[in-house]
Design a protein around this ligand. Structure first.
Ligand code: IPE
Ligand code: IPE
Ligand code: MN
Ligand code: MN
Length: 415
């Protein structure tokens, strides 16, 4: 028995766990003994959220294949299972109550635009909340966290529907962008507004009588404003159609401001801040400490997004890039510009921001010439190390697994 090796199929969703100094990836098959497995699941350093019960770890000679369902998977399943309940609640909300045709329309918008993404933001609310509460939560508390997770995904859908119209994108999450369906065109803007209003239906339906209702509401309002400001900066830094780009706008400082506002607040700070309020944390200093790590993490995420826009595989990212065509202030252009000689600068001035394949390819070949993919890999490594250190620095104030969980989900991501 002692020397028997057991196969264990670690299902940890996108979360990765450390096992005997090795990083495990999701769905990786490893061999182990019951004793080691017990040790693994009881160690605090493992980032697996769900520690299987002793029965779950009971391995018999007959069942050598042990399927360990780590709880990020379990939570993800619960998160998805809650979707119909949330939808029912929205359709029964007073404004929609007597409008059956609009109930159907809302269902259609929500089904199309809330599903198919990575769900990083929504899941982060639930996972952070569980960690802050030491996994000691009632079913009701967990459902409130899940509902608020969906509210954050609703905010994401609201911004993405508008973003795709403004950026002239073609696909999102492997499907045509919403505005390109149902003969919508610019009419989709109203659906974006509708999606925003649904955030507040969720928040009030699930939190109205709670002490954290007002702080959570304020968080959503404040972060929405910041994100719209970021989107405005993003749009204003790009040239108008048929105009040459103003290359003086493409600086690291401008880039940092854009991505902090358009991405970091709503994608990283918001989910954790919501979870903290939900867990009853009222100390604003603590929220600030979390923000100090989450905003740089958001920058890291947007740099990845910019890289994938140009060098990612649309079959994996689910979206076809438009940053060069749109003349966006992306990490790639901000990194490439200082390396340009005057001829290369002229090439960018002439071709950046044009919607034709030839111009796009000229810009891309310049990126290749500058070894941007290599610079990106170096940035990713360096940034990962810096963020890991920052996380280490707050271990006495906040549970580090909240931030590590986020980090493990996005490091070296391809979508
Ligand atoms: C896309 O976000 C918008 C950005 C802020 C870069 P995600 O890459 O998280 O998109 P989904 O929700 O997983 O589709
Ligand atoms: C979008 O950034 C950020 C928001 C939606 C607020 P991008 O414009 O880069 O997003 P993608 O690449 O289309 O997802
Ligand atoms: Mn955009
Ligand atoms: Mn992008």
């Amino acid at each position: 028995m002692i020397n028997t090796k057991y196969y264990i199929f670690v299902r940890v969703g996108t979360l990765r766990a450390r096992f005997r100094n090795r990083m495990l990836r999701s769905n990786q098959l490893i061999t182990s003994t019951p004793k080691l497995l017990r040790k693994f699941f009881s160690s605090k350093s493992s980032s697996v959220l769900h520690r299987p019960s002793s029965e779950e770890l009971e391995i018999t000679e007959r069942s050598k294949n042990l399927l360990v369902m780590a709880s990020s998977c379990k939570i993800k399943d619960q998160f998805h299972e809650f979707f119909p309940e949330m939808l029912r609640c929205l359709k029964n909300s007073p404004p929609l109550h007597k409008l059956p045709s609009m109930q159907e329309w809302v269902e259609k918008i929500v089904e199309y635009n809330l599903k198919g993404g990575k769900m990083n933001r929504g899941m982060a609310v639930v996972e952070s909340f569980m960690i802050l509460k030491n996994h000691q939560v009632s079913e009701e508390e967990k459902n409130t966290a899940i509902a608020l997770g969906w509210a954050v995904e609703m905010l994401q859908a609201f911004f993405l529907v508008a973003d795709d119209i403004m950026d002239g994108s073609l696909t999102r999450r492997m499907k045509p962008c919403w505005y390109r369906t149902n003969n919508l065109g610019v009419k989709a803007f109203n659906d974006s507004i509708l999606l925003e209003s649904l955030i507040y239906q969720i928040v009030s339906s699930y939190c109205k009588n709670q002490h954290y209702y007002l702080p959570v509401l304020e968080l959503f309002h404040d972060v929405t404003m910041r994100t719209s400001l970021g989107q405005a900066m993003d749009l204003h830094s790009a040239p108008n159609p048929n105009e040459a780009p103003d290359l003086s706008k493409f600086t690291v400082e401008t880039y940092d401001a854009i991505v902090k506002y358009k991405t970091a607040y709503y994608s990283f700070y918001l989910p954790v801040a919501v979870a903290m309020r939900l867990a009853g944390i009222q100390d604003n200093d603590l929220l600030k400490r979390a923000e100090d790590i989450l905003l740089p993490m958001g920058r890291f995420f947007q740099v990845q997004d910019d890289y994938l826009d140009c060098f990612g595989d649309p079959e994996i990212t689910g979206k076809i890039g438009t940053d060069i065509e749109d003349g966006k202030c992306s990490w790639l252009i901000v990194t490439a510009l200082p390396m340009c000689d005057s001829a290369q600068r002229q090439l960018i001035e002439a071709h950046y921001g044009l919607k034709n394949t030839e111009s796009v390819n000229l810009v891309k070949s310049l990126y290749q010439q500058f070894d941007i993919p290599k610079l990106y890999t170096e940035y990713e490594e360096r940034s990962y190390k810096e963020l890991t250190q920052m996380i280490e620095g707050i271990k006495h104030q906040l549970p580090t697994s909240i931030f590590q969980g986020f980090m493990e989900k996005i490091y070296k991501r391809l979508n």
